[in-house]
Each structure stands twice: as C-alpha cells, then as structure tokens.
Write a protein that binds this ligand. Structure first.
Ligand SMILES: Nc1ncnc2c1ncn2[C@@H]1O[C@H](COP(=O)(O)OP(=O)(O)OP(=O)(O)O)[C@@H](O)[C@H]1O
Ligand SMILES: [Mg+2]
Length: 511
C-alpha cells in the first residue's frame, strides 16, 4: 500500500470513528438520519443524498436529504424489489440514469442493517471530482456501507428510547389520572404529611388484590378509603358491597353475610349473602371487631378457602371477593383477651392503613373546609360562598372529636344558616354551639340553632350582650338573627320564647 493511499484510508477510518462517536450519545431518530446523510454526502463527495429510516413495513419514518428533489422518498420509491433484496443482503446497490422522476448519472445506496433487520437506506448521487463528474468506486461503496451499518443500531436505540419515553409518559399520565381520582370529589382531600402517606399507600395497594384493614377513629374516612381501594382496582367495574357488623343484630348477621337457604326456619325465604353479592368486587366489612367468635371462625374459612356456605346450605359457593375491613377497636387488646381470633387478625391485616384523626392534621382543615363549603353551597343552590379568615380561625381552634364527618356536618349547617355568601366566625360559632347540642338532620338545622340561641337568651334573662358573649358571637349578629326570626315567623313566638322576666330595655329581646 502506497503512502498517499494509507493516509487516505486513515482519514476514512477517522471519519468513521468520528461518526460513531457522534452517534454514541442518546439521539433521536431524526438526528441520526440527518447526521448520516450529511456524513455520506460529505465523505463521498456526492452532489446530493438522502437517508430514510423505515418502519418494519418499509414505510418511511424519518428522512433527511442534501439537495434531494423528492419530498418523501420511500426506499421502495427509488429501489425495485430485487435491488431492495440485495440491499437487505448487505450489498450496496449502484444505479445509473435516474429513477422515479429523479435524474442522476450514478446512485449508490446502502442499507442500515442491524440484527438482520432493515432500519433504513442511505443513498448518494453523482460524485463530484475536480469540477467534473466521477464514478463512485469500491472504496466509496464500502465507506457508505460502513456508515449505514453504524447508523442502524443508533436508529434502533433511538426507537427504544422513544418507546421507553412514550411508555413513561403513559404511566405518568395514568398516575396523574389516578391521583386526580384519589384527591377528587370521591377521593381523599388532605395535603398533610400524614394524609400523603395514606394516599401513597392507597395508590400502591389499590391495584393489588390484597386484604386491607383500615383503622382510625370515627369519621376519619375509613369507608371513603375502602371505596377508593375498590374504584382504583381492577375490580372497579364489579360491585362494592358494604356491611356494618355493628349495625346488624347478631342473630341476623350470619344470614346477612353468608346468605341463607329457603326453609331453614318456617317461613324463611332464601337470601343471597353480602359475600356472594360482592362476587367479582369488593366487600367492605365495617366494625369487624364486633364479629362474634362463631362468625369470626366462619369468616376465616371464607378468607382461607374463598368459599361461602349459606346458612342451612349443604353446598359451598365459590366467591371471588376482595376483602377490606375496618375497625376503631383495639384489636390487639381483643387478641390478648381472646375476644378476637389471631388467625383471622393476621389474615385481615395483610396491609394496614391507619387514618389519622383530624386534630393531628389541622393543616388539612382549610382545604377540607373549602371543599365542603363549596359542595354544600352547590347542593343548596347557593352561589359561590367563601369562609372568612376569622371563620377559618374558629375552625382551626376546634378539636373535632367527630373528625372529618363533624367538620362536614358543621359546615353544612353553616352554609345552610348563613344569609350571606361570606361565612363569618359568628356563623361558625353558632353552628358549633348548635351541633354540640344535638346530632342534627340538616333540614332541621336552623331550628336547632334557633332553639340554641333562644335558650341561651332565656338563660341570660333576655340580655343580648350576655347571650352573644355566651354564644361566642358578635352582638350585632345576634341582633340580626333575632330580627330575622322575629320577622319571618309568627309561629315561633309560641315556641322557644324566653320565659324569664323581661326588662323593657332595648338591650333585651322581646318575642
Ligand atoms: N379525606 C377526606 N376528604 C373528603 N371527605 C372525607 C375525607 N375523610 C372523610 N370524609 C368524609 O367524611 C365523612 C366520614 O367519612 P367515613 O364515613 O369514610 O368515615 P369512617 O372512618 O368510616 O367513620 P365511622 O368509623 O364512623 O364509620 C364522609 O362523608 C366522608 O365522605
Ligand atoms: Mg364507616
């Protein structure tokens, strides 16, 4: 080999190395074909060139060109089937005279092959040399083939990267949707660290079929979480069936849960139990700590065998049910005293989620309050309603032994009672006083508040300032309220009117 030839070969080797380095980083498919055609045209001194990445069906996916007059040259557009076959066999193809509307003296094409798969084609046309035309020689053909072979795995990995990215975006999107569901109207509201931990656990556990035990004080959202576990699971289209073990008398609970055959006792009709009703879905057993030892044993059998035996039945029925249970009782103490079976306990608490009481996550109160206020304003057909800062402060000072349920009921009362679209501290204070007095159905709230106010007033001998102080509200609020009630209802005069002696003073209220 003579010296100039050696130099020339070295230069080509270097340019190949350079090209492979250029492809080494993570690159998109478009960048790879662009790089390929630029290098091919440059290194082979071609007048023009084109690189096309193709799909497995040989459709053009990405193209890049240098002075190539065709817009989208599919490989098959300028190559015949035999030529394409030769390319796929790894041989460069040489054409003369032009194809499909494209005139050239000479065209040289090579395939981007990797692991026996065709990823693209690169073609260059019309070699230029010393101001005139020359012919592509064998070295050119080898060089073009090398460039094409280097580009193939780069195209393949660009596709894999793209696919991975697409899949990640899909997952992220799915995750966003799940999160929206988890925190939406039917979901769990709360951004405190404690609630976030609960949310993460719910998201992680929901899609599995695992048995979950929910713990937490009354009103902390155990049932809501149970519903969420169901709606975020593959069973979402199946039934969600709830049964409160404490609410059904012991004698009926067995039939309620397991079902009963006809004629077990005189006049008893057959009945499908909740376990069977929940087939294909989720059964939520609330207050599971209240189950009698006999029913604990029977439930254990269901959990182990996934089979139900109806009361008075001779056959067993297979059930496919995800079990979610809840309790506010100290199951561990019940284990120690023998009131609760430990084998059942361990079967039920495969995963345990504890809902924190509201007083331990007061930072969630504003968010929850806003949510409930809007919801009840909508339900009552009111326009937008807002809590004032001082109203919120009253809420933040309250302990909420009844947790989220208490907050919700309270705000329902506040919204129902307020005349204004701005809920004041007094509105909240009054509702607090009233709801403390009685567990109230919402349509009777105003009556309860009124009787609470009037009784306080009576106790204060009709002195408004004192009554207002005792009610924890502003005197003017009390005054406005009394005016309103006095004006709107005559019947009330006969009801809870103060009976104490009345002073004829404008600081007292006369019914
Ligand atoms: N994080 C929350 N976001 C929105 N609403 C909530 C949340 N937690 C609870 N609630 C609402 O509070 C009320 C009480 O919740 P839920 O019935 O789930 O409580 P629970 O723990 O099952 O109570 P209990 O032990 O008394 O049965 C429901 O109306 C529920 O929708
Ligand atoms: Mg409940």
């Amino acid at each position: 080999m003579n010296a100039p030839h050696r130099t020339w070969r070295l230069a080509r080797l270097e340019s190949l190395l350079d090209f492979s380095l250029a492809l080494a980083g993570p690159r998109g498919e478009a960048e790879v074909v662009e790089e390929l055609v630029q290098r091919a045209v440059g290194l082979l001194d071609a007048a023009r060139g084109v690189a096309v990445a193709v799909s497995p069906a040989l459709e053009p996916v990405r193209t890049a060109n240098v002075a190539w007059p065709l817009a989208l040259p599919a490989a098959a557009h300028f190559l015949t089937a035999p030529e394409l076959n030769r390319l796929r066999g790894g041989e460069p193809v040489r054409l003369r005279g032009g194809v499909a509307g494209l005139v050239f003296d000479e065209l040289l094409a090579a395939a981007c092959l990797w692991r026996d798969e065709l990823f693209g084609v690169v073609a260059v046309a019309d070699k230029e040399a010393r101001g005139g035309r020359a012919s592509f020689d064998e070295e050119d053909a080898t060089l073009l083939r090398s460039l094409a072979l280097l580009a193939a795995p780069a195209i393949a990995s660009a596709r894999e990267l793209e696919e991975a990215r697409r899949r990640r975006e899909l997952l992220e999107e799915e995750n966003r949707t799940l999160r929206a569901e988890v925190t939406g109207e039917e979901g769990l509201i709360g951004e405190s660290a404690a609630m976030r931990t609960v949310l993460e656990r719910v998201l992680r556990v929901a899609p599995t079929d695992v048995t979950v035990l929910l713990r937490g004080e009354s009103g902390t959202g155990k049932e809501r979480v149970a519903r969420l576990l169901h709606s975020l699971s593959a069973r979402a289209s199946g039934p969600f069936v709830a049964l409160n073990c404490a609410a059904v008398p012991e004698t009926l609970l067995e039939a309620e849960l397991f079902g009963i055959e006809r004629g077990v006792a005189t006049g008893v009709a057959a009945r499908v139990g909740k376990l069977e009703l929940a087939n294909g879905g989720t059964l939520f057993l609330d207050e599971v700590g209240d189950l009698s030892p006999a029913l604990q044993a029977k439930l254990l059998r269901v959990v182990q065998e996934r089979e139900v035996e109806r009361v008075g039945g001779r056959q067993t029925v297979r059930v496919d049910v995800r079990l979610v249970t809840a309790t506010n009782r100290d199951l561990e103490a019940m284990l120690a005293s023998g009131e609760f079976r430990s084998d059942l306990y361990y079967r039920l608490r495969v995963v345990e989620i504890t809902l924190p009481p509201l007083r331990q996550r007061r930072e969630d109160i504003p968010l929850l309050a806003h949510h409930f206020v809007q919801r009840h304003a909508r339900k009552l057909g009111k326009g937008p309603v807002a809590l004032t800062r001082s109203a919120l402060e009253v809420l933040l000072r309250h302990d909420f032994p009844g947790n989220v349920r208490e907050l919700e009921n309270l705000l329902e009362a506040v919204v129902a009672l307020s005349q204004d679209n701005r809920l004041s501290a007094d509105d909240v204070q009054l509702a607090l006083g009233a709801t403390r007095q009685a567990a109230v159905a919402s349509d009777r709230l105003e009556d309860v508040v009124r009787s609470h106010v009037l009784q306080t007033l009576a106790r204060c001998h009709g002195q408004r300032s004192r009554a207002a102080r005792e009610l924890g509200i502003d005197r003017t609020t009390l005054y406005r309220m009394l005016m309103r009630w006095n004006a709107t209802s005559d019947a009330d005069r006969n009801n809870a009117a103060p009976t104490a002696r009345r002073k004829r003073s404008d600081r007292t209220w006369r019914p």
